[in-house]
Design a protein around this ligand. Structure first.
Ligand code: F6P
Length: 373
């Protein structure tokens, strides 16, 4: 019953370590296991809007397993249902729905199915394509680890390692100078990356979007540590962290993007406040895109390979319009519609939160008693 002859593959949204490992697994499984033709689509959905595709051979995907970035390129500004086609006389962006153009290019390129590797934005775009009758499968990517229905996305663990390495380095200089040091991590409105990197590096304070903070509590905690002779205080803070009753700090607006808001800068705001209130010398480091770059760690290489292989298996067994997931340590799949336009945040009863509290981590919650340790 398998009618597939030619499949397209694209990487959409912000890049992350492991994209090339997925592309390789998709292409090799499709070429070798199923004798399919594989077409690489350039720059995510932008390539489908502009009709930029190229055949992918075994040679093209050889030696890319360990490479960061994506050989296909990506875009986090190409949403077919709201695509910026220009600006009006007042300089405001003009948006058009170009979904029909995307569908036309898929049909013109004789693509029987599409593998979309991306995050929630890419899955939402893919859902539109599915509604036009094109069989698709999704592969969950993001350093934010905020996709619904999967315990983990590839790229996350590498970003955690990168952030952890940075926190470790900050720790040594903070101790030399007896400073409070903040390290701001990415993650949008989800605190997974900060929580994992913070715990892994033994950060004294972890601030995540899911738990709004009270700056006075953080300051009391820093002063209490100083009184007990601690040489430094390390604060891991999510870019989406916000004060109780307040808003996250916006770094920039990208009007043509799927998610127009880019967060960033909360660590600078907090550093000023903490220094003013406590009198302790305080510095902030924003890790930024270093968290998205570089070679995937071994765990992500394996996960990406499993995900890519499973995506092709789904297509070739006629299980269309599903996203590969990991649940209970098993590689499974769920309908893409279940994932589109949703975000997975840290539940407040998550065991990692109580583990962190048990080892004395402060989350900036009023009433939190300063750690006796
Ligand atoms: O979703 C991945 C991510 O790196 C977020 O953690 C971050 O907020 C955002 O993308 C940054 O986007 P950009 O690359 O457009 O600055």
């Amino acid at each position: 019953m398998n009618q597939l002859r030619r499949i397209g593959v694209l990487t959409g949204g912000g890049d992350c370590p492991g994209l090339n490992a997925v592309i390789r697994a998709v292409a090799k499984s499709a070429l070798f296991d199923h004798g399919l033709e594989v077409i690489g689509i350039r720059d995510g959905y932008l390539g489908l809007i502009e009709n930029r595709m190229q055949p992918l051979t075994a040679d093209d995907v050889s030696n890319i397993l360990t490479r960061g970035g994506t050989i296909l390129g990506t875009s986090n500004k190409a949403n077919p249902s709201r695509y910026m086609t220009g600006k009006n006389s007042k300089g405001q962006p003009i948006f058009e729905d170009v979904t029909e153009r995307v569908i036309h290019h898929i049909r013109q390129g004789s693509l029987d199915a599409l593998v979309a590797i991306g995050g929630d934005g890419t899955m939402s775009c893919t859902n539109l394509v599915i509604e036009h009758g094109i069989p698709c499968v999704g592969v969950p990517k993001t350093i934010d680890n905020d996709l619904m229905s999967t315990e983990i996305t590839f790229g996350f663990s590498t970003a955690v390692q990168t952030a952890c390495d940075a926190l470790d380095r900050i720790h040594t200089t903070a101790a030399s100078h007896h400073r409070v040091m903040l390290v701001e991590t990415m993650g949008r409105n989800a605190g997974w990356l900060t929580l994992h990197a913070g715990i892994a590096s033994g950060a004294d304070v972890i601030l995540i979007p899911e738990i709004p903070y009270d700056v006075q509590t953080i300051c009391r905690f820093c002063l209490h540590r100083r009184e007990r002779g601690k040489t430094a205080t390390i604060i891991a803070v999510s870019e989406g962290a916000k004060p109780i009753g307040g808003q996250a700090v916006i770094g920039r607006i990208v009007p043509e993007s799927f998610d127009t808001i880019r967060l960033g800068g909360v660590s600078n705001v907090l550093a000023d406040q903490i220094e003013k209130i406590t009198g302790l010398e305080t510095r902030a480091t924003i890790l930024g895109h270093v968290q998205r770059g570089g070679s995937p760690i071994a765990f992500d290489r394996v996960l990406a390979t499993q995900f890519g292989h499973q995506a092709v298996e789904l297509l070739c067994s006629g299980q269309f319009n599903r996203m590969v997931v990991m649940q209970g340590g098993k590689i499974l799949s769920v309908p893409i519609s279940e994932v589109a336009n949703r975000q997975r945040l840290i539940p407040l009863d998550h065991p990692l939160l109580s583990t962190a509290r048990a080892v004395g981590t402060c989350f900036g919650t009023p009433g939190e008693s300063p750690s006796p340790r």
